[in-house]
Design a protein around this ligand. Structure first.
Ligand code: FES
Length: 104
């Protein structure tokens, strides 16, 4: 079959800085940003600190973990996700607060 098992590459755009970077199939959004030299806020990389949080403005991601352990209901409703626990399912546009501290 065509394409089965092949992971696609997508493009992510940080709308508040205008930066774009490629997200290779199979790697998470945070890792792709760091690979591209972007100083994306992060700490634990395993979905527990919340410092990599970002708001999806358009596009689709696949969560690798349950975000509700770290993000509250309002944040989830506003489209907030954890970049270290997100794989892309389309090109996306996100907003990142580069001045934020970890939630915990
Ligand atoms: S880096 Fe800690 S939740 Fe993503």
């Amino acid at each position: 079959m065509f394409g089965l098992g092949k992971k696609k590459d997508f493009t992510a755009t940080i709308v508040n800085t205008g930066q774009t970077f490629e997200v290779k199939g199979g790697i998470n959004l945070l890792q792709a940003a760091l690979n591209a030299g972007i100083e994306w806020p992060h700490d634990c990389r395993v979905g527990s600190c919340g410092s990599c949080r970002t708001t999806i403005k358009s596009g689709k991601i696949k969560p690798l973990n349950d975000f509700s352990y770290v993000l509250d209901g309002d944040q989830l409703k506003s489209g907030m996700v954890l970049a270290c626990q997100s794989r892309l399912q389309s090109d996306i546009e996100v907003e990142v607060d580069f001045g934020q501290d970890a939630i915990n």
